[in-house]
Design a protein around this ligand. Structure first.
Ligand SMILES: Nc1nc2c(c(=O)[nH]1)N[C@H]1C(S)=C(S)[C@@H](COP(=O)(O)O)O[C@H]1N2
Ligand SMILES: [Mo]
Length: 386
């Protein structure tokens, strides 16, 4: 027989002990599965959002412009469920934090790897929810670029979560159903033990509260109780919020007489603002659906992009759209064929019955169905057929 060194005794004086059922596996499973569903929704909507915003070339021309509210729903879910996941993550961490005090801290290589994977899981989840939340208020107190890092960490988190689900599978199976044999076999709780139902009810109330006070930024029927979201869908010039203002873009005084729309294609041409306004105008009802989670429907009037490309000898062609803006991440935008030939895609001159304001992209901006807000380019001056 192999002889083993006796384990050092646990430093009981230092280590707290936890017995309550609020820290048991069944509670961890009950909260964990809700958190797991939330993370799944965030991952799927996040991947959709990412590829709508940065499509690889093989995808760029086939992304659907239908349904027009698709991106709005996707991003409303991404941000809404992400916010709801914050109290769930707190609940889950509180339930399992006694595991920090297991003794011995590292039993063997397998145990060490398992604990490492949990550390990655927790760090990843906290990172994603924190950076995501701060992004909704456009606060970036870090030196890296938000989108690629948030996207990359999401994959690390997905890997850590799958590993965690695999490792914990026996517990998940045993505690998934309330009346599982494993649960019934547990000894009875003392009469006055804090009960699980109260904890779960408290969490449900917290999730409900943060959701109801923020989803109104995109789900407008609830806009009157949108108390905590950074945006109110009605607050902004002409009743539509603004992310980057004309002041920030350095475009408060665009000279409408000197302004030209240059269209580059097989038959290139230039238009003055009057000439553009004299072309056939279309009206559409389409939302601005910002990546940061706010969204608002509006009534747009302008010239169909497909009419402009047709005049350049390339009807419905994919485009590169260029803004007057000198700097800024959204100065240049590529538009795939599905959007370019959709009759609802406009170079808009009017918003909700008025000439565009400087903040909304005067004199001309893009509005297209089912596209992230970042690609609804403002202050347009040039279209290049690709
Ligand atoms: N040229 C340019 N266009 C832009 C932006 C920008 O920074 N520069 N911001 C985009 C973002 S992030 C959004 S959500 C929409 C918002 O449009 P609005 O300000 O008219 O509501 O404009 C988009 N168009
Ligand atoms: Mo945006």
């Amino acid at each position: 027989m192999k002889s083993r060194l006796p384990l050092p005794p646990p430093p009981t004086a230092l280590l707290p002990t936890f017995r309550g059922r609020l820290h048991d596996k069944r509670t961890a499973t009950a909260i964990g599965r809700l958190l797991g569903v939330a993370m799944l929704v965030c991952m799927v909507t996040g991947v959709i959002s990412h590829y709508l915003q940065h499509p690889p070339s093989w995808l760029a021309d086939v992304l659907p412009s239908e349904p027009s509210w698709g991106y709005r729903l996707n991003q409303g879910l991404h941000v809404g469920v992400g916010i709801a996941a914050i109290p769930l993550l707190f609940g889950k961490l509180w339930t399992v934090y006694p595991r920090l005090f297991v003794w011995p801290a590292l039993r063997n290589v397998r145990h060490a790897l398992e604990r490492l994977s949990v550390a990655v899981l927790v760090a990843g989840a906290v990172f994603e929810l924190l950076t995501g939340l701060l992004n909704t208020v456009q606060w970036y107190p870090w030196p890296f670029s938000f989108v690629p890092v948030h996207f990359a960490v999401a994959w690390v988190l997905t890997g850590a979560l799958l590993l965690h689900l695999a490792v914990k599978w026996p517990d998940i199976k045993a505690y998934w159903w309330q009346r599982s044999a494993a649960t019934r076999a547990l000894p009875a709780e003392p009469e006055n033990a804090p009960d699980r139902r109260s904890l779960l009810t408290g969490l449900a109330v917290a999730v409900g509260a943060v959701t109801v006070t923020t989803v109104g930024q995109s789900f407008t029927p609830l806009k009157d109780v949108d108390l905590l979201a950074p945006r109110h869908p009605d607050h902004g010039p002409l009743g539509v919020p603004v992310n980057r203002t004309a002041m920030q873009a350095g475009l408060t005084h665009v000279d409408s007489v000197a302004w030209r729309l240059t269209v580059v294609g097989p038959r290139p041409y230039e238009l003055t603002l009057d000439e553009l306004a004299a072309m056939e105008q279309s009206e559409v009802e389409l939302p601005i659906a910002c990546v940061e989670g706010w969204s608002k429907n509006a009534h747009w009037t302008g010239v169909r992009i497909k009419d402009l490309t047709e005049r350049a000898g390339a009807p419905g062609a994919a485009l590169r759209v260029i803004s007057l803006e000198q700097h800024g991440a959204y100065r240049v935008m590529d538009m795939g064929r599905t959007y370019a030939r959709d009759p609802r895609t406009l170079l808009a001159l009017r918003l909700n019955g008025h000439t565009l304001t400087a903040d909304h992209g005067y004199p001309a901006r893009i509005i297209a169905p089912n596209r992230p807000g970042v690609l609804q380019t403002k202050w347009v001056t040039r279209l290049e057929v690709r």
